[in-house]
Design a protein around this ligand. Structure first.
Ligand SMILES: Cc1cc2nc3c(=O)[nH]c(=O)nc-3n(C[C@H](O)[C@H](O)[C@H](O)COP(=O)(O)O)c2cc1C
Length: 506
């Protein structure tokens, strides 16, 4: 079985992206596995690529990112003290052994302190790691270049994300000893930012290991990106372009898993052939991966060919390996998380694109079928007003979490996507904003502009209508997934619109 939930390039998005790119202080261009951006930008010729997803040539953006740490010394027990291990503690050191040290790189504010792992968890089995360190979490925020930055992770955790991935970092550049610029620009965490999995792209075991060593004291695992299908990854030979190089993949994972003090995980796509997909997953398990995140699309499913996510392959992998499997792809509504868990039997669900449009996607999702309401008063039955969540995100940044202006702009364009066509002047203002204050002003103006419509609306959040294709009809002032409109058509076989219908995956 497969379910189709995906997103498309549309004119409005192209307009928005043009505006974003035009005004971007960082010239940062995002490329992502199945995102719209894929179709809308040409890759710059800069050879020093920040990552598979991003070609960022900036050196002078306004809000340069530092290693943000909470300037607070605490000797209190942390969450780790509460962890109960299923396995005898002989195998690992007591997890309560954490101490507080300054981060070791030169760019860190010397007054800032952050917890340092003082524990070797690399020898835990996949499930020991999953149950003890990740606390059997089910809700994962995806790695997203330029988008799963610290401020967004903080917001996502508030609304239910239990484990967060960093954006993908380029291992070789991250570990470059001669030039620490990329590392300093990219690496950002704080004391509360756990559990955290740091993702890298790499095609060399040493690069991956060296990069991972730099974060092993401050993260719970490192992940190798084996799913990026973009042109930029082809040039760099990363991500999904390693899918034919099993020996190399084995070495990358194996070398790191033998030499790090935290586990290695892998994020993969699937092959057309089920058997090959299963063998691939087993090979990664043998190599030492402790968790597999499976994006249930083929490498060629990107851009306008994104299409269906094949949950049946994820289920088959789950049945074939002895390590936790996280299902990724195609989540539009919080109920989908439950359906995905039920159908794939996966240990958790990772959400990427929808979480950018609706950051409360995780909120109460595990109770969604019982209509248990959120503990947060801003959320009503899975809905939150876009200006409320935008303000909360901006407040996090105002509270001291430095964030690139281009990331903020990109987040706000997505949060407000359904509303912006109604307010072209404010859209232009958003595109031209160059500071957090500018963004706040635009959000205030958008809120004010929406008030008359909101007040006269008869919309009932507890009685949401569904359109003919299975999508919820939600007013524009609420955060909502972005729908690929090409699926709102009858299929070539003529019988059934794809919409949200579950279909047989051939
Ligand atoms: C803006 C954006 C950035 C992404 N960056 C990454 C990345 O850094 N690493 C990665 O493995 N996948 C990346 N992806 C792919 C997602 O993690 C995910 O695998 C894919 O979007 C499918 O999940 P979804 O259907 O929930 O969006 C990115 C996706 C988006 C939308």
């Amino acid at each position: 079985m497969a379910i189709k939930h995906s997103l498309e390039v549309d004119k409005e998005f192209v307009q928005n992206k043009k505006a974003e790119t035009q005004f971007s202080s960082s010239n940062s261009i995002v490329f992502c596995e199945n995102s719209k951006e894929d179709n809308n930008h040409s890759i710059t010729s800069n050879e020093m690529l920040h990552s598979e997803y991003t070609d960022s040539t900036n050196s002078n953006y306004e809000n340069s990112i530092k290693n943000i740490t909470t300037p607070q010394v605490s000797t209190q027990n942390t969450k780790k003290d509460e962890i109960s291990l299923e396995k005898s503690t002989d195998t690992i050191e007591a997890l309560s052994k954490v101490d507080m040290i300054p981060l070791s790189n030169s760019t860190v504010d010397s007054t800032s302190l952050i917890q340092k792992n003082n524990t070797n968890t690399s020898q835990l089995t996949g499930y020991e790691f999953f149950n003890s360190i990740l606390k059997s979490s089910k809700l994962f925020l995806a790695p997203m270049v330029d988008q799963s930055e610290l401020a967004w992770r903080i917001l996502s955790r508030r609304y239910g994300a239990q484990v967060c991935f960093t954006p993908m970092f380029h291992a070789k550049m991250f570990s470059n000893k001669e030039n620490r610029g990329y590392f300093n620009e990219m690496w950002q965490t704080n004391e509360q930012d756990r559990p955290l999995i740091v993702q890298f792209c790499a095609n060399d075991p040493e690069h991956f290991l060296e990069a991972a060593k730099l974060v092993e004291d401050h993260a719970d695992a490192v992940d190798i990106n084996l799913g990026c299908p973009q042109h930029i990854a082809k040039r760099g030979k990363y991500g999904a372009f390693l899918m034919d190089e099993w020996d190399l993949i084995y070495k990358i994972v194996n070398t790191a898993s033998k030499n790090l003090k935290i586990p290695v995980t892998a994020k993969i796509r699937v092959y057309k052939e089920l058997e090959k997909t299963i063998e691939y997953a087993k090979m990664l398990e043998r190599a030492g991966a402790k968790i597999l995140t499976v994006h249930g699309r083929l490498a060629e499913q990107k851009g306008h060919k994104t299409g269906l996510v094949d949950w049946s392959k994820i289920k088959a992998i789950k049945e074939s390996v002895n390590i936790p499997v996280i299902s990724n792809g195609g989540i539009l509504y919080r109920e989908d998380i439950l359906s995905c868990l039920k159908e794939t039997k996966a240990d958790g669900v990772m959400v990427a694109e929808t979480s950018l449009y609706n950051p409360i996607i995780f909120d109460s999702s595990l109770n969604a079928d019982e209509s248990i309401s959120s503990s947060n008063s801003l959320c009503i039955n899975g809905l939150v007003k876009n200006f409320d969540i935008a303000n909360e995100y901006l407040d996090i940044i105002k509270g001291g979490v430095e964030t690139k202006i281009s990331y903020v702009r990109s987040h706000l364009f997505k949060i407000f996507k359904p509303s912006l066509p109604n307010y072209p002047d404010l859209r232009s203002e958003l595109a031209a904003s160059k500071s957090i204050e500018d963004f706040s002003n635009v959000v205030d103006k958008l809120k004010l502009a929406m008030q008359p419509e909101i007040e006269s609306s008869k919309f009932d959040p507890y009685n949401i209508e569904i359109d003919e294709f299975g999508y919820k009809i939600i007013p524009h002032w609420y955060c909502q997934p972005s729908i690929r409109k090409e699926y709102n058509k009858v299929t070539s076989s003529g019988d059934k619109p794809l919409g949200r219908n579950v279909v047989n995956a051939e």
